[in-house]
Write a protein that binds this ligand. Structure first.
Ligand code: SF4
Ligand code: SF4
Length: 186
C-alpha cells in the first residue's frame, strides 16, 4: 500500500554512454557551484562582521550608573525576588559620608552577583528594577571551562565610569517602555 504519491519505482536499467562517463553530471554539479559564486551571500564573516541584534535579545546584564557616574542600584533586592532561577545574590551596605560620588542613594550593593549558569535570560530582573539599574544587553556571555567563572560579580556587571566604557541600553529601554505601555493598555 502506498502512503504517498512521492514514491518512485527503482529501475535497474542499463546506464547510457554519457551516464557511464559521469562527465555531464560532473559539469552539471560544477555549474551549480559556479552559479552560487555570483549570488548574494547569506552568510557573514563572523566574528569580524556581526548581524544587529533584535531589541528583544537578552544577554549579559549591565548594572548602570547615572550621568554623574554613580551606581544606580540601591540593593533593594527586587530583582533577586523576581528571578525565577534564583541566580541573583547581593549584600547591601550603607553609603558613608564622602561616597556620594560613588552611589546614587543611601544604600548600595556592596556585593552583587549573578550566576550565569543558572540565569535563563528571562529579563524579569530588569522589569522588576524600580531604579533602572539593571538591564540585559546584546553582549554574549563568553564560554568558559570553569564553573566558578560564571559567577559574575560587580567587576563584570557594573559599567565603567568613562564615556567609552558605558553600555548603551537605549534600544532596550525603548523596548521595555513600549512593552509596559502595551501591557497597561490591554
Ligand atoms: S534574566 Fe531572569 S534568570 Fe537571569 S538573572 Fe534576570 S531574572 Fe534571573
Ligand atoms: S538592580 Fe534594581 S531591583 Fe536589583 S537590587 Fe538593584 S535597584 Fe533593586
Amino acid at each position: 500500500m502506498q502512503l504517498t504519491n512521492r514514491s518512485k519505482n527503482v529501475v535497474n536499467k542499463k546506464m547510457s554512454f554519457w551516464e557511464r562517463i559521469y562527465l555531464p553530471a560532473v559539469l552539471a554539479g560544477m555549474w551549480t557551484t559556479i552559479k552560487h559564486f555570483f549570488r548574494k551571500k547569506n552568510a557573514l564573516n563572523y566574528p569580524e562582521v556581526k548581524r544587529p541584534f533584535a531589541p528583544v535579545y537578552r544577554g549579559w546584564h549591565v548594572l548602570k550608573r547615572d550621568a554623574q557616574g554613580r551606581e544606580n542600584c540601591t540593593a533593594c533586592g527586587l530583582c533577586a525576588v523576581a528571578c525565577p532561577a534564583e541566580a541573583i545574590t547581593m549584600e547591601a551596605a550603607e553609603r558613608k559620608k564622602g561616597e556620594e560620588n560613588l552611589y546614587r542613594e543611601e544604600k548600595y550593593a556592596a556585593v552583587y552577583e549573578i550566576n550565569m549558569l543558572r540565569c535563563i535570560f528571562c529579563g524579569l530582573c530588569e522589569e522588576a528594577c524600580p531604579k533602572e539599574a539593571i538591564f540585559l544587553t546584546d553582549r554574549i556571555v563568553p564560554a568558559d571551562y570553569v564553573r566558578q567563572n560564571f559567577i559574575f560579580g560587580k567587576d563584570l556587571l557594573v559599567e565603567g565610569v568613562e564615556p567609552e566604557k558605558r553600555v548603551d541600553v537605549t534600544v532596550r529601554q525603548k523596548h521595555l517602555t513600549e512593552k509596559k505601555a502595551v501591557e497597561l493598555a490591554s
